[in-house]
Design a binder for this molecule. Structure first.
Ligand SMILES: [Zn+2]
Length: 266
């Protein structure tokens, strides 16, 4: 339920300042690491574990070069896919736990920041139901990305072995390509997890601010290396729901910028 925090703040304290900027809420990278390790790493591990079996089938195919030998390689790749399928149920449940945990974490930080800035305790006013739709969206997004990490790994591994069979590439070289494919999947998982943490927390920041009846906010640059020049230029600038920037902080890929809610009293 939306409420009017500026009016509540005015009642709680005799506010003399014209504006109050709510402090920055920085998502800890520990949450991103948890996402990568609990929901993404197991799917990469399926492909890593399958690598020796795929390579055995590959070596056999190379020496025999019979008509049906590529079928053995194909069968091992499909077997790995078959192991991934039932895993998604578990991973989706972990994604849900993680999403709820981030929501709880953010809500606690938001409550604390509002309390120290205004003296108003939002404790009983805000709950997870206020951001339910956003949680479901991010949950579905992550579930899709986990499957995509697996699909991309499979595609790279297939390309390595079938190209290898065609060109009679030594097994050692093909094994190195598969290791590269699973390594890329692992690296991508880490990047996705970090980006998803930013995306979820920036959505939460936006929704909590609007729910509290605050229309104004300040752009806070992430301080990341290799920043977007226009994002760095927006650091400290004020925006409002009526006058938004071309995109919201944290929305573009790997953008770590945030918004700070600004209460205005007239
Ligand atoms: Zn940015």
């Amino acid at each position: 339920m939306p409420f009017d925090l500026p009016a509540m703040a005015r009642r709680a304290r005799n506010v003399r300042r014209k504006t109050i900027t709510i402090r920055d809420i920085i998502p800890p990278q520990m949450l991103a690491r948890d996402l990568a390790s609990t929901a993404y790493a197991p799917i990469v591990a399926v492909w890593e574990d399958a690598t020796p079996r795929i390579m055995d089938a590959y070596s056999l195919s190379l020496t025999q070069m019979t008509m049906d030998s590529p079928a053995d390689v194909q069968r091992e790749i499909e077997a790995a896919e078959g192991e991934a399928s039932p895993l998604y149920l578990l991973l989706d449940a972990r994604l849900r736990d993680w999403t709820l945990r981030v929501e709880r974490w953010f809500r606690g930080k938001w409550r604390g920041a509002i309390l120290s800035a205004t003296g108003v305790d939002l404790g009983t006013l805000i709950g997870p139901e206020g951001v339910r739709a956003s949680l479901e969206t991010h949950l579905a997004w992550n579930a899709d990305l986990v499957r995509d990490v697996s699909a991309q790994a499979r595609q790279r591994i297939s390309a390595a072995v079938f190209d290898g069979l065609r060109a009679r590439t030594p097994a050692r070289e093909v094994a190195a390509k598969i290791r590269e494919a699973t390594g890329l999947a692992r690296d991508r998982s880490v990047r996705i997890a970090s980006d998803q943490l930013t995306k979820l927390t920036s959505s939460l920041a936006d929704e909590r601010r609007r729910e509290a009846g605050i229309a104004d906010w300040e752009w806070k640059h992430s301080g990341k290396r290799h920043p977007r020049v226009d994002h760095k230029a927006r650091d400290g600038k004020e925006y409002s729901d009526a006058k938004p920037p071309p995109e919201m902080p944290g929305q573009l890929p790997y953008c770590g910028c945030r918004q700070l809610a600004v209460l205005k009293f007239d």
